[in-house]
Design a protein around this ligand. Structure first.
Ligand code: 1CP
Length: 346
């Protein structure tokens, strides 16, 4: 499978038969089948039942014809395993019962063994590895994004408490980030050992930091994480939203593939990163609600800009949104087909 995979070839900046496609949040509420499962099971339940999680992960591969699967899970799952109870509240997002407030709270976090605390995740990956015809992407949240939920206790707009801790107690902040880093390395390695063919680190909210703060408070931990994961040999994808100004710093992390959002043209992203990275992105996810002609035009523009050198993976600039009415499954299927046909043999 691996040698034939356009996704893995593109991650390795090798020539491809067509540009590979997958979508962040390709499993979710826009799918009628997912909504039917969610009527009976909570999100966390789906994650904890390998046979169910296996089906939910596979669904977009069958339905859309994408070139990679992403493990169905959530960035909050390992936070629970570290000892912080959470729930995912309808129309709000993750809520943590007792957010981090003190050094003792941070000391109490456990850098757990995934085989002990999250066996169901690894079981799901093993089931998928034996069944999928495309590579499976494993994932975890990255330290800043995880820390923001752990400290704020819920989705945040301004990250005030998070930044306050960062600026007011650098030693404690570093202790927290390093603990998260150690967890991330262990969890990613366990996913790879179970069969994940690539790992994506979601740093969705790190774009809220200035370049100076990113470099001082985040970059050292990111370097450690990617250094430790390098020997696994799998593609390491690093993604965040509104990270245009951070891309030159992202280039120093040790990630091998960089995910960019729709605000940065692909050529500008490559120029900022340097040309030894594969790049993933970056259609505005709201274009999935636009007339097809506009959606197709913007997609063609991205592909025309990206295809002049190897190492491009087509994706959205952030996840499929959870709107009502939802994105049409047909739109994503048509988009996938369009990218494949437009780039075939070029
Ligand atoms: O198909 C896939 O992409 C796999 C499924 C997946 C992934 C990769 C889910 C299921 N969650 C995630 C990662 C995740 N979770 C991120 C990083 C990616 C991103 O930025 O979108 C983040 C920030 C979360 C936290 C989270 N979980 C939110 C965001 C809240 C906020 O701060 O604005 C929400 C709404 C959830 C719940 C959730 N996780 C996944 C789904 C499908 C849902 C919502 C629907 C449901 O409850 O069924």
């Amino acid at each position: 499978m691996s040698l034939e995979s356009t996704f893995l070839q593109a991650c390795a900046k090798q020539p491809v038969n067509h540009i590979p496609v997958w979508y962040m949040r390709q499993a979710g509420r826009y799918q009628p089948e997912y909504r039917a499962i969610r009527e009976k099971h909570s999100l966390v339940e789906i994650c904890r039942i390998p046979e169910l999680c296996f089906e939910v992960t596979k669904l977009p591969v069958k339905q859309l014809g994408v070139d990679a699967a992403i493990l169905f899970s959530d960035i909050m799952i390992p936070i629970g395993a570290m000892g912080l109870d959470f729930e995912i509240k309808e129309s709000v997002g993750p809520i943590i019962a007792s957010p981090l407030r003190s050094k003792a709270d941070i000391d109490n976090l456990q850098v757990f063994h995934p085989e002990e605390k999250l066996p169901y995740v690894l079981k799901t990956i093993e089931l998928l590895k034996d069944d999928l015809s495309v590579p499976l992407i494993g994932f975890t949240g990255a330290p800043f994004t995880l820390a923001s939920y752990m400290i704020e206790g819920r989705p945040s707009r301004n990250y005030i408490r998070t930044k306050q801790l960062m600026w007011s107690d650098k030693a404690l902040w570093t202790a927290l980030l390093d603990k998260l880093g150690a967890m991330i390395v262990r969890y990613a390695k366990a996913q790879i050992a179970a069969g994940a063919a690539a790992i994506q680190l979601f740093d969705s909210w790190v774009g809220n930091l200035s370049v100076a703060d990113y470099r001082e408070y985040i970059l050292p931990t990111m370097k450690n994480i990617f250094t430790e994961l390098k020997d696994t040999g799998v593609p390491l994808i690093y993604f965040g939203v509104q990270t245009g100004e951070l891309l030159t710093s992202f280039a120093q992390t040790g990630a091998t593939v960089i995910g960019v959002d729709w605000r940065v043209p692909i050529q500008a992203a490559r120029a900022r990163l340097g040309y030894h990275f594969a790049v993933q992105g970056n259609l505005d996810p709201i274009l999935l609600f636009a007339p097809w002609e506009i959606l197709e035009q913007r997609t063609r523009e991205i592909l025309d800009a990206a295809m002049d050198r190897p190492g491009f993976i087509f994706n959205l600039g952030h996840g499929v949104t959870h709107n009502d009415p939802p994105v049409a499954v047909d739109t994503l299927r048509r988009l996938t087909k369009f990218v494949h046909e437009y780039t075939e043999g070029k």
